[in-house]
Write a protein that binds this ligand. Sequence first.
Ligand code: CMC
Length: 367
Amino acid sequence: SYLQETKKGLEGIVALDTSISFIDGMQGILKYRGIDIEHLAEMSYETISYLLINGILPGEQELAAYSNRLKSERRINGEMIDIMRVCNYGTEALDSLRTAISCTAHMDHENDNNSLDANKNKAVRLIAKLPTMIAALYRCKSGDFPFQPDETLSHGANFLYMLRGEAPSAIEAEAIEKDFILSAEHELNPSTFALRIAASTLADVYSAIITGLCTLKGPLHGGARRGVMEMLDEVAVPENANNYVLYKLSRKEKIMGFGHRVYRTYDPRSRIFKDMAKRVAKENGDPTWYEVAESLEHVMYREFLDVRGRPIYPNVDFYSAVIYKYLRIPPELATSVFAIGRVSGWTAHCFEQYADNRVIRPRAHYI
Ligand code: CMC
């Protein structure tokens, strides 16, 4: 047969060329548009989202103009809030966010315009509106009125403000900003690949984003963040980590927030998240969640090294979830908060697909 051997999960298959991000899974290197993640983590999410969708870092004037555009697009209208009241979530905010993004498409006067300019406008709208929509969903669920965006705050701080009705502390603002930056892009992860397939059929930006969003939901991908938050509560104290891991592994269950298809060493984002989580825990005064996480990391490392001869490391969802605990982000919002960051990477991939398109259509081996 001319068909090649099946690669389960498409492991190791190179599906396309990209200039958006670069991963070296052996050495633990991640770059967006050629810039190391450690360097990017010190910038603002606005800068990073501009970099991802436009391909270059903004100058001072470009950044100011872009920032103003985001400000002008952050608000959501009364109809959207009505929709949120009707389509409020049961256990998972992502279900309602999916509906809200669909409705944003209906309300976008450029919905049918597939030019690059119009598509970039849609990207700005999505980047600006996602935090407002998620905070509003949460507020509506609690029977409260949503807060309007505060134009004086950064992308991250404004989100926490809209969620809680009070501005976050400096360290909390830094933590959520870093979360959005580190979550913004990661090559052909499942949601981005799914989205590129949708884009390769020349489906519009909103349809492609919703494809990505649906794929993010699963516990083996973006849903792991919520899983980690729940695990931290379940384990409760560091002394329980050992028995928890041994019990789960004996039942062949996955421990959320560990392992990665591409990294064979420490994920560089996890390092930054771990450091940030430690600082947030210290500021909070109760380090328990952080200590539980560290114990889980030690036990997992030991178990995998001893039993399988190869260690396992925390992935991007692990210490970010510890940070979410300290930021008082409700677990049912965790996957949606991940999407706030990821939406800029998703739209960048959409544009890259449109720019040099061939429909993505692999083969299957018939048995
Ligand atoms: N807990 C327990 N065992 C694990 C874990 C884990 N978290 N991760 C991998 N393993 C085991 C796995 O069971 C397998 O063992 P065996 O060879 O005996 O069947 C071996 O390690 C190799 O793992 P795999 O499942 O073949 O790896 P994969 O590349 O197919 O999957 C993964 C990668 C991330 C889906 C997987 O590690 C996993 O399910 N992790 C837990 C969920 C999670 O944290 N997902 C977030 C992924 S990273 C960021 C994101 O996408 O959001």
